[in-house]
Write a protein that binds this ligand. Structure first.
Ligand code: ADP
Ligand code: MG
Length: 692
């Protein structure tokens, strides 16, 4: 039999060229792809709720015969309502859809239908509003009723029944041709079932337990390959030649004397780690984790000075221009008169005129600039360095692996330090970032005040702004008022920053100086507002999330976050990190009434803990890994079924096996199948890993 990986799905009965196009949009081209198209959820139709047992407020899957149907327009709001009444002999229930008149063509009296949705009561009658629905026909009832039924991700023009039948037929004819790409010994050691059996159970599980076992098998496989790639990449990095920097005598001592404060123990430790890496010929690839405000940035500058004293250049890349500018200013503040001689620094931002920008490009190219600060503009075509040997990337989450690689390619394997203020939970870091070394700053600078966080709802929130005004005056502090968006949006009904800014000046903050900054403000204006706030020419700063990253105003110790329920958990923590940066105590007030369980949990978590690692772990639990890491995060795009948090044991087992395999056979010479599988599933990894 031909390999199913090379066989187009058009070989399946019921798939012509038109359908094949639809499948392509789902990423399915071959029969193997189809078998690897996993259900997005399941419905246990072996035990459907009888219609008499439907409970308002709950989600149910139920089935019945269509007794009647009909559409009409509601007189007062002109909405179209389509209703289907279904019955199962014992009871009758109304299913209702709005503004979908075409449904009339789909439902026919006398047919059997399965519906899934939230049960409601309307005028004392049980209803299901806009349920998912599926007509059951005799011929495929064995696939769609009386069992755990798969529900697939669909695309327009393709229905569940069709896809389910097609997968069943593909399994029947080609299921046995699935190849186990995991070595038999590994399968045995890990007590994993053969792939053909696992894939079959993943589509049509005999029981919940069987589905879980199959899922574990597939997760193991995905993660095993991911790990093999990560480990291989790590190894090849070790073979590459970078710059081995010389460290001048007493460099650390002289560095630490620059600051008006004492470096924390963690900071000293991390500086030693960076130093060792930079002396090594092997390129550094290090992730620097630490809670907001713990002092990562100043530590990162150590590497810049190492580079400069070696006659090389550095680049410091930030996610926003405001932040790039701030790093630039911080650097100037401490190093303008450094004991390391005259340092030539430049800020590359979009406000530069073309003439000036070209001149800057030229200077960077000729080695007349030692450190360049900027955003991703730094990795644009026009920028070439004479001798780039050290790169700092702030806020890992905003940059993808590709961008990271692009920047690295601007020098001869420069040392790279990636900083992140959204710590990755310890338990996950090694498994997901096996290709990075990790440094952690655990302690906060001494003598910082405490941050107290409160959540107020409804009446509790009355008078908050009056109190804020009092604090600001009494404690001579400054305050941030943070909003989720910048313009009034009818839909979300949010008080917009701009409106409130105007309102505040006439009311609560009449006697104070109020500034406004948001994402739509011209850059220069935003910069000026920030500068004024920094210099305490404003007492209050009304702002949107542009504030999130980096802003460093130690005298600001009060923050009110409006509509806190609209922010993500890590985002709230990041925002809060803008206060509590001096010896004074700080206060953070969250306003807003979360309507969802998730929203409640998020706010509870922020009120309860100020520890970034705990927050990240919570966040991961609440949101799941996909959203947590963002779409650009490497690896996780490709992971289809793995949930790193709930499947930690699987991940660790897979990592162990991957390490053993690669150590024994780094070129994969005796593991041809693994090599070809990587080729197929992770082509972009392979380019860099197994080149040649
Ligand atoms: P991060 O990058 O981790 O958010 P920064 O490096 O921006 O933190 O430091 C936050 C603030 O703390 C800055 O004002 C910085 O000058 C100050 N700072 C850094 N290290 C120390 C320290 N050891 N003691 C006191 N203040 C420090
Ligand atoms: Mg910082």
């Amino acid at each position: 039999m031909a390999s199913i990986a090379g066989t187009s799905i058009q070989y399946l009965k019921g798939v012509g060229p038109a359908r094949a196009k639809l499948f392509a949009s789902l990423g399915v081209q071959t029969i193997e792809d189809l078998l690897y198209l996993f259900p997005r959820r399941y419905e246990d139709r072996s035990k459907l709720t009888p219609l008499s047992g439907l409970k308002p407020g709950e989600w149910h899957t139920a089935s019945g015969e269509i007794l009647s149907k009909g559409g009409r327009r509601v007189f007062f709001n002109k909405k179209h309502v389509f209703e289907v009444e279904i019955g199962d002999g014992d009871a009758r229930v109304q299913c209702v859809w709005f503004n979908q008149p075409y449904l009339d063509n789909y439902f026919h009296v006398g047919e059997k239908v399965v519906v899934h949705g939230r049960v409601d009561v309307f005028k004392n009658r049980i209803q299901i509003i806009a349920p998912e629905y599926e007509i059951i026909s005799k011929e495929d009832e064995h696939l769609s009723m009386g069992r755990i039924v798969p529900l697939y991700p669909l695309t327009k023009g393709m229905g569940q029944r069709y896809l389910r039948k097609l997968v069943a037929s593909a399994l029947e004819h080609y299921g046995q041709a699935l190849v186990d790409v995991i070595p038999p010994k590994v399968l045995e050691r890990q007590k994993l079932k053969p792939i053909s059996q696992s894939i079959a159970q993943l589509h049509f599980p005999d029981s919940e337990a069987a589905q879980e076992e199959a899922n574990k098998r597939i997760s193991f496989e995905e993660f095993f390959f991911f790990q093999v790639c990560v480990i291989l990449r790590r190894m090849t990095l070790g073979f590459q030649k970078g710059v081995s920097h010389k460290i001048f005598p007493d460099m650390e001592k002289r560095f630490s004397k620059i600051f008006p404060f004492v470096l924390t123990r963690s900071q000293v430790k991390v500086i030693a780690e960076i130093k060792a890496d930079m002396m090594n010929k092997r390129p550094m690839l290090r992730l620097l984790q630490g809670d907001v405000g713990c002092g990562k940035t100043v530590v990162a500058f150590f590497g810049c000075l190492v580079a400069i004293t070696n006659g090389k250049q550095s680049a410091v890349m930030a996610p926003t221009e405001i932040l790039a500018e701030q790093h630039f200013q911080t650097f100037l503040k401490y190093f303008a008169k450094s004991p390391f001689g005259n340092v030539r620094v430049a800020l590359l931002n979009s406000t530069l005129k073309k003439k000036d920008r070209d001149a800057l490009y030229e200077a960077i190219k000729n080695g007349e600039v030692d450190i360049v600060f900027g955003t991703h503009a730094l990795i644009q075509e026009g920028v070439t360095f004479k001798a780039l040997s050290y790169v700092v990337i702030d806020e890992q989450h905003k940059f993808g692996v590709k961008q990271r690689a692009l920047l690295s390619s601007k020098g001869k394997n420069p040392d790279v330090l990636v900083m992140t203020a959204t710590p990755i939970p310890r338990s996950l870091c090694l498994t997901l970032y096996g290709d990075l070394d990790v440094s952690i700053i655990e302690d906060k600078p001494k003598g910082r005040g405490e941050i107290k966080t409160y959540h107020f709802v409804g009446e509790q929130a009355d008078g908050v702004y009056k109190r804020v005004a009092e604090w600001v005056v009494e404690k001579k502090t400054q305050a941030y008022i943070v909003y989720p968006i910048i313009e009034e949006s009818e839909k979300l009904d949010l008080k917009a920053a701009t409106d409130m800014y105007a309102h505040f000046q006439k009311s609560e903050f009449k006697k104070l100086r109020v500034g406004l900054v948001h994402g739509r403000l011209p850059r220069e204006e935003a910069r000026q507002v920030m500068e004024k706030f920094q210099n305490h020419e404003f007492d209050i700063l009304v702002t949107t999330t542009v504030l999130e990253v980096g802003i460093d105003v130690p005298n600001a110790n009060v923050m009110v976050i409006e509509h806190a329920e609209r922010f993500g958990l890590s985002q709230l923590h990041q925002l809060r990190g803008r206060i509590g940066r001096s010896e004074k105590n700080a206060i953070c007030i969250l306003l807003g009434d979360p309507q969802t369980e998730e929203g409640k949990k998020r706010i509870e978590a922020v009120v309860k803990t100020g520890n970034g690692f705990k927050i990240s772990e919570e966040d991961l639990k609440i949101r799941g890994p996909g959203q947590y890491f963002g779409r650009h995060q490497h690896g996780l795009n490709e992971l289809k079924v793995v949930n790193p948090l709930t499947q930690m044991d699987v991940l660790e087992a897979a990592r162990k096996e991957a390490v053993a395999l690669v150590n024994a056979d780094p070129q994969l010479t005796t593991h041809h199948l693994i090599r070809t599988t990587i080729h197929k599933r992770y082509p972009e990894y392979l380019e860099r890993v197994l080149a040649g």
